[in-house]
Design a binder for this molecule. Structure first.
Ligand SMILES: Cc1cc2nc3c(=O)[nH]c(=O)nc-3n(C[C@H](O)[C@H](O)[C@H](O)COP(=O)(O)OP(=O)(O)OC[C@H]3O[C@@H](n4cnc5c(N)ncnc54)[C@H](O)[C@@H]3O)c2cc1C
Length: 417
């Protein structure tokens, strides 16, 4: 056991864990705070494997956490990037409808986006569409000029620098394996030894359900990993995409459908799809973990979801294995695309919480237990919203952990431990 006793330990150095740590240290600089991360660096999982879009808040039900966090999150993300010299490009997004059903859903999106006060959002006709994205063919489109792109790995690294600069510690290669409470103090058993803390925050992404269980909390949720596979466009085909081109998403799913996106990484991506992964960090089709697989199939909610959505599942597997099916989805956006335009590949894995009734949890889910906070569902637009989520968790922590603005005594002493 190390001699230091921490006031707060955050588990997971993704964009949410580090934003939370940063926000807590900004408010309470006296805190003895550490972030524990099982991998060798920050942002190695979802935060480093996403589409890099700074969403503007069109899709989300007004009044939901997603709507509120995303709209405020976009503004704060752009400001943060400007202040920290992180390159951002506000390239705009076109959501395109190619049939009558799509047109109807597009109107719902316009209503939602307007209710969420997404600035500059408006319907465009074929003529304007051709000016914005000359290679798109569709009946109608919704244009969101304020949507942007960033490399969230850069953002996550700056959060990590800020945490260290304000006195926080980040321990890499430190995996939480167990937890127990002894005399009001939580002892975290990790691959780098034991850590004592008064308060803990679970930001473990794909492992957040496991970490909650380790800390004695039954959430009724299970993280089901969904891999998102991408193609890259060949350099000579990148002219086909000016900014961000999205289909109208299926309202039954929290995923946005395969899209074409400029990225700050220097290439254009096409994807991601959404296939069930056989491993929490299963970035390749062949990745398999018996324990992850068993956890998925022994959860009653998985089977209820499977019975309801098996057709979509089969369709996604087909699209995953057959490039021409994937291409057909992209051609609904840009018909000129051919198989020759698609070159390299990439992937990310989404941590999607599913409840016992088999529902894919759509909104962010953040729950509390005594002296602990658990981020149980942080899907897209989690990266866009990370600064606002960090603030929200800091608000919860202030109350739950009894933090005060400028105590002369450390929290661990206040708690009498
Ligand atoms: C394919 C894809 C596309 C997306 N596109 C977008 C987008 O365009 N825009 C957007 O806003 N959002 C997007 N998202 C969502 C966004 O990436 C996530 O909301 C965000 O990254 C979640 O951050 P996190 O910190 O919760 O999780 P993570 O980044 O996964 O971090 C969790 C961390 O916890 C660590 N950890 C887990 N278990 C333990 C343990 N036991 N001990 C110690 N450490 C542990 C992990 O190693 C990991 O580093 C996308 C996500 C995916 C997967």
């Amino acid at each position: 056991m190390r001699s230091t006793k921490y006031d707060v330990i955050v588990i997971g150095a993704g964009i949410i864990g580090l934003s939370t740590a940063m926000k807590l240290l900004e408010r309470y600089p006296y805190l003895k705070l550490a972030v524990l991360e099982k991998d060798a660096g920050e942002g190695t999982q979802q935060s480093g494997h996403n589409s890099g879009v700074i969403h503007s808040g069109i899709y989300y039900r007004p009044g939901s956490f997603k709507a509120d966090f995303c709209v405020a999150g976009r503004a704060s993300m752009i400001r943060f990037c400007e202040e920290n010299d992180i390159p951002v490009w506000t390239c705009g997004k076109l959501i395109v409808a190619s049939d009558a059903a799509g047109m109807e859903r597009l109107s719902t999106l316009e209503e939602r986006g307007t209710a969420n006060k997404v600035s500059g959002l408006r319907m465009v006709d074929a003529e304007e569409m051709a000016e914005i994205e000359p290679h798109v063919v569709a009946l109608k489109a919704l244009h969101a000029p304020g949507t942007g792109i960033v490399d969230y790995r850069n953002v996550t690294s700056v959060y990590a620098d800020r945490v260290r600069a304000t006195g926080g510690e980040i321990h890499f290669n430190t995996e939480l394996n167990g937890s127990r409470v002894v005399g009001g103090v939580t002892v975290l058993d990790t691959s780098s030894g034991e850590f004592e803390t008064t308060n803990a925050i679970n930001c473990a992404g794909l492992h957040s359900d496991l970490v909650a269980e380790t800390m004695g909390v039954e959430t009724g949720l299970r993280i089901i990993p969904f891999r998102g596979e991408y193609y890259k466009l060949k350099k000579e085909s990148e002219f086909l995409v000016k900014g961000l081109i999205y289909p109208v998403p299926d309202p039954a799913f929290p995923f946005l459908g395969v899209h074409l996106t400029q990225t700050m990484k220097g290439w254009v991506e096409a994807g991601p799809n959404a296939v069930l992964a056989m491993k929490r960090e299963g970035y390749r089709k062949r990745d398999f973990s018996m324990s992850d697989f068993l956890r998925t199939i022994t959860f009653p909610g998985f089977w209820k979801m499977g019975i309801r959505e098996w057709k979509t599942g089969v369709w996604e597997i087909n699209r995953s294995f057959r490039k021409n099916v994937f291409l057909a989805s992209l051609q609904e956006l840009v018909p000129e695309l051919t198989s020759d335009d698609l070159a390299g590949t990439g992937s990310g894995v989404r941590a999607q919480a599913v409840d016992r009734a088999g529902n894919l949890v759509d909104d962010f889910r953040i729950e509390e237990s005594p002296r602990a906070i658990h981020v149980l569902n942080a899907p897209s637009p989690g990266a866009t919203s990370s600064l606002v989520i960090g603030d929200y968790i800091a608000d919860l922590a202030s109350e739950n952990f009894g933090l005060t603005a400028a105590p002369q005594v450390a929290v661990s002493q206040v708690a009498g431990t």
